[in-house]
Design a protein around this ligand. Structure first.
Ligand code: MN
Length: 253
């Protein structure tokens, strides 16, 4: 199984995290928060086929880092995955919100008809994120990470053919579980959002996607092994739709 949203570069010992993930047969989509972090974060995964790196610019850093869009454009063709990107309705001022819109829309326009997989943040902003995803109809593989919108926003996201990555922290809340129960089973992927996210007060690591899989299986009322097989199928379907070969240990391109 794959952790589709993990900040590998923000752990104190990333190489140990990679080693343990490999040992546990867990793939990592290593998302970045600034284009400046791209080269260094790619290096953390070099020689480790379980790790794939995503090029991102986090909405909370939009004002501070918007000048790095130039770097984003420079690295864009090297990246098969884009994230963490999106909008955050909780953070900051009106100026920051306008910068977030500029940055996110720039990135979506680059991704339109590009066949890239996107990991998207939409806290308190799902309606805005969906309005932009409906505008950029050539963005084929948007994954809404830790979706926390309303039921109506969820229906809209499903109609827009979004994927959803869900983790232990999201599944620990009633609201999260209620949303997940209404997501199409064939559109769900796993994530941890470590080291930001915690579960039962402990920082999450990529191999904790097994916890998410266990909680999901309970929601679906299936055995763990069946839940795992649904997730594996979803991962394979997504990567095959993008037109790539896939295996857990070497989701190489
Ligand atoms: Mn994140």
């Amino acid at each position: 199984m794959i952790d589709f949203h993990c900040h590998l570069d923000l752990y104190s010992d990333p190489s140990e995290v990679v080693r343990m993930a490999q040992k546990n047969n867990v793939g990592i989509l290593s998302v970045t928060t600034t284009p400046l972090a791209w080269n260094g974060t790619v290096l953390l995964g070099e020689g480790h086929p379980v790790v794939r790196t995503a090029l991102g610019l986090h909405p909370q850093l939009a004002s501070e880092r918007k000048h790095e869009l130039e770097l984003f454009d420079q690295f864009f063709s090297q990246a098969y995955f884009i994230g963490e990107i999106g909008l955050d309705g909780l953070s900051g001022s009106e100026v920051n919100w306008l910068d977030q819109l500029v940055v996110f829309e720039h990135i979506l326009s680059c991704c339109n008809y590009s066949n890239k997989i996107l990991s998207i943040h939409s806290r308190r902003s799902a309606t805005y994120v969906l309005t932009l995803l409906e505008k950029y109809t050539g963005v084929n593989f948007p994954i809404l990470h830790w979706f926390s919108g309303s039921q109506a926003e969820l229906r809209r996201a499903i109609n827009r053919d979004c994927w959803f990555s869900v983790g232990p922290a999201m599944l620990a809340s009633n609201k999260g579980r209620t949303l997940v129960a209404k997501m199409p089973r064939n559109r769900i992927l796993l994530e941890t959002d470590g080291p930001f996210a915690k579960y039962q007060r402990a920082v999450l690591h990529p191999w904790d996607i097994t916890v998410a899989c266990k909680l999901l299986s309970e929601i679906w009322n299936v055995e763990y092994i069946e839940g795992k097989s649904i997730i594996n199928n979803n991962e394979m379907n997504l990567l095959m739709q993008v037109g790539r070969n896939y295996s857990e240990l070497d989701w190489s391109f």
